[in-house]
Ligand binder design. Structure first.
Ligand code: 13P
Length: 336
């Protein structure tokens, strides 16, 4: 099946009451890891690329790897999503390159660092909605700003500085007509999210529930949702890494989010940790090895394991065959 619209994946997830993991990729092994996990668990999936990933892998390599994924795993619905587009031009180029979904992150200015005004955010998101929906492409927007920095994108901080205001979120959805809304509830990108296990003071699940009550029909997106498991940290440190003690978002909190309107769950860091730990282990235990396959294969296997576990935990497992994906041309008609 061709790459599909993220909107349809999320609508189906809402019907089924589950979440869909959106996993970041930069290369072939990561795409393979996700597709193998999706096949094993029979999961629909969102594969996403940041601006940094697009420039690292180059758009055409990335696109054709994604097409290969759809050919080799025809039973899996896959949406290809631009993560944190910083401008209308970035989203436009993603659509031209074959992405079936884009995020216009107008919560920050084009520099990807400076928090923007509400009016600016509405203007750029609305513009992307118009050009994307005409082609059947899905749009995610963001209101409030996340903490941390990833691939040079992010406001920094703990994520508590610019939490999403529920009334403003409702107004933002009304004025933009977007498909999915990323909210800020204290999560941040990267490995260093919390300095101890998060509490209601640092991870504002009550805020998420409030937003969902105000916008029950809107697909919410939880960014910065890696759980940063201790066992993955330990493997890295055991083999010469230098991670400082840190905590991520517990899976139970994500599951609570899924019960309250979260349909897209962004995970990148956990996969980075899994791959790095596996590479370190091989290089430390077998220093005579120098064939990249000797460490990339265990790295791919380690990522697959994490992704498959999340697919089960988010509830998307078993849902790959539930529906017939619509072509983007049908989605374009539907938006009209
Ligand atoms: P993590 O750093 O928690 O994996 O978050 C990734 C993310 O939100 C990508 O947009």
């Amino acid at each position: 099946m061709p790459l599909v619209s993220m909107r349809q994946l999320l609508d189906e997830a809402a019907k089924g009451g589950y979440g869909v993991g959106a996993f970041n990729v930069n290369n072939m092994e990561q795409i393979q890891a996700i597709m193998e996990a999706a096949r094993e668990t029979k999961s629909p999936v969102i594969i996403q690329a940041s601006r940094g990933a697009r420039s690292y892998s180059q758009d055409r390599f990335l696109y054709h790897l994604m097409v290969a994924a759809t050919e080799l795993y025809p039973e899996i619905p896959v949406a290809m999503h631009q993560d944190h587009g910083n401008s209308v031009a970035t989203c436009k180029s993603a659509i031209e390159q074959g992405f079936t979904s884009v995020m216009m992150d107008g919560s920050l200015m084009e520099d990807g660092k400076t928090p923007s005004s509400f009016e600016y955010n509405v203007k750029v998101t609305r513009e992307v909605v118009e050009l994307a929906h005409a082609k059947g492409v899905t749009v995610e927007g963001e209101i409030g700003t996340l903490g941390g920095i990833e691939d040079g994108h992010g406001a920094g901080g703990s994520g508590l500085e610019h939490l999403t205001d529920p009334d403003q979120a409702a107004e933002f959805v009304r004025q933009t007509g977007l498909d999915a809304l990323a909210i800020a509830i204290g999560t941040s990108h990267g490995a260093y999210k919390f300095s101890s296990k998060p509490t209601g003071e640092t991870l504002k699940m009550d805020r998420l529930i409030e937003i969902h009550k105000k916008l029950p029909g809107v697909h919410l997106v939880m960014h910065g949702s890696s759980s940063v498991p201790k066992d993955l940290q330990d493997v890295i440190n055991q083999y010469g890494g230098k991670l400082k003690p840190t905590w991520g978002v517990p899976v139970e909190e994500i599951q609570l989010g899924i019960k309250n309107g979260v349909r897209k769950v962004n995970v990148d860091t956990d996969n980075r940790l899994a791959m790095t730990g596996a590479v370190r282990r091989v290089l430390a235990e077998q220093p005579e090895k120098f064939d990249p396959r000797d460490y990339m294969k265990p790295a791919r296997d380690a990522m697959k394991k994490v992704v498959a576990q999340r697919m089960v935990q988010f509830g998307q497992a078993g849902h790959a065959g539930d529906y017939q994906p619509l072509p983007l041309s049908e989605m374009a008609k539907w938006y009209k």
